[in-house]
Design a protein around this ligand. Structure first.
Ligand code: GRF
Length: 216
């Protein structure tokens, strides 16, 4: 089966990108990252991509007149690479409904919370403030509404007494680095499909543990 061609969109450090790079570097990996695109020129994730010999492109949103023009530039690159799937990995721009619909079920995101709780920013602070006992991370297909869409994989972590947002964020990030590559692998192996706005698995062993706190 041909490898799934993946573009990863970033704005920052790219630690999730690194987890995806590491998965794709394995001999039998079902996916390859064809390009990393950043809207921020000095994003550290670009260095990570270069070290892995992955093509990089900077598309600075500030240089475009509006979201559509920015996204047109994105499309040109994505189309010329014949990308199958886009992974958002700490990409800090909202995408228009038109972009999201064009890439429907071919566009995924990682969010540092157990969706549908704590959409948006500052999720770790808000989880502590709300007093929840479990927090976590979610990989999901993207829909026009922010941080909504069929859930592919989630991992939960405990919120411990005395946790700072940094403590909790580090615990969540560790899980992000496990579940994002797993979700990409499941998609690339064609083991995931969307039906009725829910994710259905095909041919996944250990179905009970595949999507809930999965081992990598
Ligand atoms: C992660 O917490 C991710 O869930 C969120 O943005 C952060 C990006 O971190 N969407 P990194 O750039 O992957 O290190």
């Amino acid at each position: 089966m041909a490898k799934l061609k993946v573009a990863v969109l970033i704005s920052g450090s790219g630690s999730n990108l690194q987890a995806l790079i590491d998965m794709c570097a394995k001999d039998d990996a079902p996916a390859e990252i064809t390009r990393v695109i950043s809207n921020v020129e000095n994003a550290y994730g670009l260095e990570r991509a270069k070290q892995a010999n992955i093509k990089t492109t900077v598309i600075d949103h500030k240089k475009y007149n509006g979201r559509e023009a920015f996204e047109e530039a994105l499309h040109q690159v994505l189309d010329s690479d014949k990308v199958d799937l886009i992974c958002l990995a700490g990409f800090m721009r909202l995408l228009t409904d038109g972009f999201v619909q064009k890439w429907r079920d071919r566009l995924i995101n990682i969010h540092p919370a157990l969706l549908p709780s704590f959409k948006g920013l500052h999720t770790h602070e808000r989880a502590i403030e709300a007093g929840v006992k479990f927090h976590g991370a979610t990989v999901h297909y993207v829909r026009p509404a922010m941080d909504e869409g069929p859930i592919i994989v989630q991992a939960a972590v405990p919120v411990l007494p005395g946790d700072s947002a940094n403590d909790l964020g580090a615990r969540v990030l560790e899980q992000e680095h496990r579940i994002y590559p797993l979700a990409l692998k499941l998609i690339a192996e064609r083991k995931v499909r969307v039906s009725g706005e829910k994710v259905i698995y095909n041919g996944v062993e250990n179905l009970d543990t595949a999507s809930i706190n999965p081992s990598a």
